[in-house]
Design a protein around this ligand. Structure first.
Ligand code: MN
Length: 238
């Protein structure tokens, strides 16, 4: 069975590792086994070795949503509107991501996962869209399945998967890509220009979206297709 590793979030208030069920269900629908990866404590005595073994234990990765990344990771001073970060999560995500790139493990980055990908590859983020992007629309619509539409580039891998130029998406993010990594290209934008999806300029098997396809995948096969792509790529590269 194809195994997809899911990066864990932490319910800080209750001290509970957490995984929204829609991620799990979307991977199950794609025919793979979702395995929730532990958020390794920063002081784990064999941190790097454990992460090496972790990446070898999965066929693909799903970088899930979560808290803001610490701005120091993209060499910026934090502004007051940037939300709290979680050093343990930042370290674990960066460790998994760098290994995924090195061994070309297929991955899908969602929301924070997209931001992680851009930052890990040298890009930066708007720490708060309402504060830093003039004329941006509101991208924080919790609980709204179709918050806005995105325009997808016709010559992108994303388009070959989604097979639509326009796609209604969720939107519950207050950050987005500012400086794009030189290794990435934009594959979808919102109508206000905010970057909503990226992919690689080379053949690295990674796709990232700023919206939450897992929330829409049960009802709309175009969103499920992203998880199907991940699992098929993972199967191919086993
Ligand atoms: Mn949005």
């Amino acid at each position: 069975m194809v195994i997809i590793g899911l990066s864990t979030n932490l319910d800080v208030k209750n001290g509970v590792d957490s995984m929204p069920r829609d991620y799990v269900l979307s991977v199950l629908r794609a025919g793979a086994l979702p395995v929730i990866l532990p958020m390794l404590p920063e002081d784990h005595p064999k941190y790097d070795e454990f992460m090496d073994k972790t990446i070898n234990s999965v066929d693909g990765l799903l970088f899930t949503g979560g808290l803001d990344l610490e701005p120091v990771l993209y060499k910026e001073a934090r502004i007051p509107q940037c939300h709290a970060s979680l050093p343990e999560r930042d370290k674990a995500d960066m460790a998994l991501f760098s290994r995924a790139i090195t061994v070309k493990k297929p991955f899908l980055g969602i929301c924070r996962g997209l931001q992680l990908c851009n930052v890990a590859l040298g890009g930066s983020l708007y720490q708060d869209i309402p504060t830093q992007v003039k004329k941006a629309m509101n991208h924080e619509h919790p609980g709204t399945p179709h918050a806005h539409e995105v325009s997808i580039d016709e010559d992108s891998i994303l388009h070959s998967i989604i097979q639509s130029r326009r796609l209604p998406v969720t939107s519950r993010h207050h950050q987005s890509i500012k400086q794009l990594s030189h290794l990435l290209r934009v594959s979808a934008r919102a109508d206000d220009g905010i970057i909503e999806a990226v992919e690689f300029l080379d053949d690295t098997p990674g796709l990232c979206v700023q919206w939450h396809p897992e929330n829409l995948a049960a009802a709309d096969p175009r969103h499920q297709a992203l998880f199907d792509w991940l699992v098929s790529m993972a199967k191919k590269r086993r």
